[in-house]
Design a protein around this ligand. Structure first.
Ligand code: SAH
Length: 247
């Protein structure tokens, strides 16, 4: 199975965590990450895992979404709600195919929100795409473990009948390097007065979406960071960085 990480963000009910572990194991997925869980892995979690307690025992606990996806090359976020932010959308089948294809380059993450509140927009900002399971619009919110089950099932189907994807040697950089680039970009456009500090998120969200779409590799990020460094400490005109042809 591909390295697809199921990431539960601030889960509230131990029973749901157990049921998610069971849903994963049924479909052959193993990597469970809990972001700031709001409950302990109580007996109820083990009971609802119904034999998938190895998935619970192997779960990683991290403090925030950024840490959960630090080494991922691709991240998708699930949402019951339509969001006002225009993030690229995927339906579950397309999402599963994309996750499997991206997993050829490195770990990929699938984010699920807390039972009551779902993911915040800031958490969705860490994703390349938003996944919505089509449901009755009058009653759109699935139980967390039911949503995990549907996506894990689609991943299993995608593994069994892979959609042909053109071979590529493009290796996107891990998200932590990408997120450090975004911080650097935000700093520079703030310093040069381009970022309107009253609406910083809107511009940063658009820039995040633009650069995430490109999935830059390590080398491309280095070039972008080099440009930002040069904005902060300009080189003499026409000279370029020392000992480099900028490629
Ligand atoms: N009240 C929350 C719903 C939380 S349900 C809200 O309005 O966002 C818990 C989680 O299950 C969601 O954050 C999402 O990760 C997943 N989920 C539930 N229904 C879904 C749907 N129709 N499509 C995709 N994910 C869904």
């Amino acid at each position: 199975m591909p390295d697809i990480r199921i990431i539960l963000v601030r889960p509230q009910h131990p029973g749901n965590i157990g049921a998610c572990a069971r849903a994963m194991k049924n479909m052959g997925l193993k990597n469970l990450v809990l972001v700031a869980p709001q409950c302990f892995l109580a007996e109820e979690a083990v009971a609802r895992a119904a034999g998938a307690d190895d998935i619970l025992a192997g779960a990683t606990v991290v403090a925030d979404v950024r840490a959960a996806v630090a080494d991922c090359v691709f991240v998708a976020a699930t949402s019951a709600r339509a969001r006002t932010i225009a993030w690229p959308r995927l339906e579950p089948r397309g999402a599963a195919a994309t996750l499997c294809a991206q997993a050829r380059s490195g770990p990929v993450g699938l984010l699920f929100g807390a039972e009551r509140t779902g993911l915040t927009n800031e958490e969705v900002d860490y994703a390349h795409a938003l996944v919505q399971i089509p449901v009755d619009p009058g009653f759109a919110s699935l139980n967390l473990a039911a949503a995990v089950q549907i996506l894990c099932y689609e991943v299993r189907c995608a593994v069994q009948e892979p959609v042909p994807v053109p071979e590529s040697d493009h290796r996107p950089a891990p998200q932590e390097a990408f997120n450090r680039f975004l911080e650097h970009l935000e700093q520079v456009i703030t310093d040069i007065g381009f970022l309107n500090t009253h609406h910083p998120r809107k511009l940063m969200r658009r820039l995040t979406r633009l650069f995430r779409r490109a999935q830059p590799d390590d080398n491309e990020l280095q070039i972008l960071r080099g440009i930002l460094n040069a904005v902060q400490n300009p080189y003499p005109a026409q000279k370029g960085p020392p000992d480099s042809d900028n490629t």
